[in-house]
Design a protein around this ligand. Sequence first.
Ligand code: SF4
Length: 355
Amino acid sequence: MLAPTDTLLLWYRDHGRHDLPWNRTDSPYRIWLAEIMLQQTQVATVLDYYDRFTAQFPQLVTLAKADEGAVLALWSGLGYYRRARNLHHSAQIVQQRYGGELPHRYSALVALPGIGRSTAGAILAQAWGERYPILDGNVKRFLCRYHAIRHWPGESKIERQLWQLAEEYLPLAGQPMRHYTRALMDFGATLCRRTQPRCCDCPLQSQCQGYRQGLSAELPLPKPKPRKVREQRRQQLLLIIDARGRILLQQRPPTGVWASLWSLPQWSGSLEQLSHYLVDSFGVACDGAQPLPIVKHQLTHFDWWLEPLRLRVKGEAQPKLADSPFDYRWVHFDEIGRFGVPAPVKRLLQEATAP
Ligand code: SF4
């Protein structure tokens, strides 16, 4: 894959936004200020704020000595106020530790509040022409498209890959680092835009894998939505068969899962309690219990693990004796079709009663 470096430098010479005030200064302080203001904010919005800010705080020392309230007041309307607080705090640190001169060292820059790897790279490259890569949103977007990377760029593996590419494409020693860094920013902002990239005007079109694969507008992919952990519920169902081979069905409540359908009775007590229940309710005694294979039933909001228990009971069951809010029926298997029985229960009955 051809490195886009030389093409970007040529493009910047002819089409770069050379007139932006922070592109016309060598002041590390002003370059830093612009970098912070431009995070999450459009150039058109930043322009006025940058002018007002540099008019009131023309040098780092004036910012360091200012009241936080005055800094926040000037920032008002730009949003993300943590940026202003970090900027102010960092200016005070620089004033104390480095005599008001922004340090010309990567490790010292990234140690300041609000300065990450990309911002430090942008300051070093633009203020001192150092060979440091940047990887802001514009660059991530461009690289994802240029290489047709079909992933969300925030994924740590992908981010590592993008940093590696950003380093690989750095200009050679002697080439203008400052221009290259600004070229990347301007290219992403004006040509390889977030929406409607201007591929027709792009000098990298013939090399761009995203364009060749028709993916320019789709990349980079958005952050995948976290998959919800589905709720898991367990429920014991009783397949009670009396001496006449009849099965006990219970009508479900009029609301909720399987509303008003006929199913197997649900149970959540011990076997001993169950024996008492059978005697009290139907006049039959339990003659052995056998667990059947568990059935998983997927509902919209949860997975229902149905644990059937086959019970043979001695004697002929009476209709329900005790008071109960539910309706019960003892039915022969071939009568089940007359009842509205949910499909998983029907399947379970077919398997359990198969010869
Ligand atoms: S061809 Fe389109 S997608 Fe590819 S780098 Fe150029 S503007 Fe971006």
